[in-house]
Ligand binder design. Sequence first.
Ligand SMILES: Cc1ncc(COP(=O)(O)O)c(C=O)c1O
Length: 313
Amino acid sequence: MPIQTTANIWHNGKLIPWDKAQIHVMSHVIHYGSSVFEGIRCYTQPSGAGVFRLQEHMQRLIDSAKIYRMPLPYTVEQLSAAVIDVIEANGIAPCYIRPIAFRGYGEIGVNPLKSPIDVYIANFPWGKYVPGNEGADVCISSWSRLAPNTMPSLAKAGANYMNSQLIRMEAEVNGYSEGIALDVNGYLSEGSGENLFLVRNGVLYTTPLANSVLNGITRSSVITLARQLGIEVVEQTLPRELLYISDEAFFTGTAAEVTHLRSVDRILVGDGSMGPITSALHEEFFGIVNGLKADRYNWLTPVNVKVAEPVGV
Ligand SMILES: Cc1ncc(COP(=O)(O)O)c(C=O)c1O
């Protein structure tokens, strides 16, 4: 999808024009993939606009950076305020927000420790991520997810997305909306940019953090909502074939939100339609983010945007 430009991008504490947010080709990140980033959504509600779980996303950015010995010179509060500033300056809601921290220009060689750390935050309109209005048709990827003790899955690092690109390209080239990767031991892991849930006999299952998944913020939100609805939630290692015989399955993610899976490897999941547990969670999730249900967990941080419509190019 082409990027829709905006007026401003936040850079190391200041708003700068979109076209000035540029880096040198010899920056460390270009050569060695040394970046960590976030993806966040801001939704509109009847009473205004709000960013979903902003502090949790900024904490994960700081955690990702810490894993890579990249100390960010900003706190969760400062980064959260910066996100609000850039949204308000651009006047765009709903929108997707992309904070990124990386090793910049200065040194050559793999060791990043002497290269400067740059932080940018952009926002732009972005709609549906996983194609398929009647549910997504997905496949099991021939690519495995990151092996333990190679690329840390809990860090949302740019370099991890080379693996995600292989999964997503293969899926799309073969006519699927998305791919699900197994971990190196052959157990279910996650989609190229989404966590995975399935339902069997009324129990909601998802893969645990040790199966090479990102600690998804939508994942944790859905677990909270499910428990409140009285649904049993089990986080455990899951065999691939459980997906084929599941009653329901869905992805969660900031970009994917809650997307039901119609089929896996052309095998229908249940009868292919969105099942009752997925529907209940879908309704709760969108009810809260769209302001139709009370924000009972304080997941939304208000933002003051006068134009409640995308104003990108
Ligand atoms: C690999 C991967 N897994 C899972 C997710 C879902 O995480 P979240 O719900 O925090 O967006 C994402 C998206 O950030 C992702 O890239």
